[in-house]
Design a protein around this ligand. Sequence first.
Ligand SMILES: [Zn+2]
Length: 326
Amino acid sequence: MSEEIVEYRCNICGSILKISPENIISICEYCGGLNLVSEVINIEDIYIAPSVTVEKILGEFWSRVKRDIDLRKLADKVRIDSIHGWYIPFWISKMIIDGEVVYTKKQYRDKKVEVVRRREKFSEEVNMDVIGRRQVKSIALRELIKAYFKQNIALVEIEKLDEAWWRSNKLSILNIEFDKKESELALREEAIDYVRRRWENIADEIEFFKAEVKKMEKPKLVLLPLWEIVYEYSGSLYTVYHEGWAGRPLIFFEPVTMGRRILYVAGMFTSIILGVFIGSTLSSILLNSSDNVSLIILFLLFIVTFLGYRSAKGFISDVRVEKSWR
Ligand SMILES: [Zn+2]
């Protein structure tokens, strides 16, 4: 495949930038500076949540390890394998969605089921985001943007960052594949889908739904820092993701420890014993009891089997996932 190279110069140090046609931004190989090479996006639309240092990320990692009931026992044998940081581009916008919905819902009144039909007008404010790339790398990105909205992170206009800042920046910036126009369309669609899904959760059946974007803030491109740490424990590798603005963990994959294995095994045995007990009682009761009793017993049997299955799964799996973004 041939790649067309257009000559652009870095607006910070003047070096020649290598750019392929699909690039929207380019990071200078010499000074690390960010250059806009596309006319479809304005520099005023780009914001960044500057990352803390790699030392701060590692500090947060170790304090997470030492706080964790399971991990702290293994802390001596945990070794960092690699650490890497990126700025992930998200298009975000705040919107007001107006609309109307007609739906039905079952209601229980005096032991009777009643189907109620409602018509409601609504006006909702929503924060929406789309990742500025077509190929999404990992579930960590979802957690990253959720944490961003939840914590109301302060942003810096990218124009305000100077050459010294770019030189000291250790993170790579993922290239942006969606321009502002595409992102605006995607954000509108996402917002309407999101509001519809909310009504689907409230209603039993939706008979009519109409919604439109009443107001839309100009979409902003925000670059959010994400760090990935790979650590080793007794020959296996585990991955951890941290947000970069404060350095806190987002997703923590951790080994299943001996203590947990014992808990899982105990769970397995308990359910097997209970299962046998219920099974034998079942056969003696089933013959001379009402349908209700046997249904309850079957239900219990199902629950016990399910719990046993969950324990067995935990026992087999070597990795446990914990989420936190407080
Ligand atoms: Zn440069």
